[in-house]
Design a protein around this ligand. Sequence first.
Ligand code: FNR
Length: 393
Amino acid sequence: MTQPQPNFGDYQYEIYLNGLDDVTPPYPMTFAGLASAAEAVLPPGVWSYVAGGAGDERTQRANVRAFERWGLVPRILAGAAHRDLSVELFGLRLPSPLLMAPVGVLGICTEDGHGDLATARAAARTGVPMVASTLSTDPLERVAEEFGDTPGFFQLYAPNDRELAASLVRRAEAAGFRAIVVTLDAWTIGWRPRDLSTANFPQLRGNCLANYTSDPVFRARLPKPPEEDPQAAAALWAGLFGNPLGWADLAWLRSLTDLPLILKGVCHPEDVRRARDGGVDGFYCSNHGGRQANGGLPALDTLPGVVGAAGGLPVFFDSGVRSGSDVVTALALGATAVAVGRPYVYGLALGGTDGVVHVLRGLLAEADLLMAVDGYPNRADLTPAALRRVVAD
Ligand code: FNR
């Protein structure tokens, strides 16, 4: 007889058993705890870049609060001893629907300056895929080497130099990434008062540009190698980073790869329908964690419309996920996979790979135990019918 897979929730037994030897978890168990501990260890400029958002950050707060408006209806006698959170995605069978969102400053969140590699190692240890950002301190080939058996996805910021875009995608394919995620809501940087007040934009200072400086097309555009003149490299980067793509460019994006192509930053059903006609393979519903536009609408409120229009194509979701119960809510609203951004970055700042693993295991354990206690043993049981709107008091 085959043994059932261990439940993610078993993480709590590990913690309680360690407690018998007076060992408590080395990292905080709540998002608030992670955030305040990360603030204490990160350089102030990195902290405010990671924690901050656009405008007065009301969209960022709204992203988080939106989850409080949904509740899961408890069911009984569901025989939920074993929970199955696994998901099929582009022919891959993943142990859970959790992903690590692309974050462009992972490299500078660890003291050794190799936070991208530390994150990739956490993907290898947990089976939680990393969506690796274009902006990293180690080239994508090095990042991919650390994935172990866990698949990785590459997030592309399409530069306004088409040859460079094609080169980045070719490299991602060659390095074994399993999908290309094109981010469309950050071709220009949103208005970020925290960063503006310290005049701090990490990439302009030459941080996290390894995918560019290691790229043959980018290097050919420079009079001197970037190692000799990093300032010229950063200036070239600033000139070609953003590409205000239009619908007419979708066919070009599609032509870049035969890998699954996912558009990130999608919130409107009409955009979904139009992009489906353009041959994309999936959608990533997100408002960039409220970092880009302070329009006020929580990303979660746009998820059902995106799912409805996606016509069965996979929909990733992020923005405001802070707990395992948030993961469950997003799944019940139709997300195929749910990503976190800041939570794992704080774990990374606190403990490198171990810190990220702690955060991811905690999120999965909480999601799993919610499904256990409320009687929803399978991913398929989590549908909109399992949720109720919470009546405001
Ligand atoms: C991001 N995000 C992001 N997205 C992307 O597509 N490419 C990138 O390089 C980055 N960089 C980045 C840096 C930092 C510091 C943060 C916090 C976020 C957005 C990210 O993928 C995701 O959409 C949000 O982080 C999700 O919101 P939460 O979970 O942070 O609320």
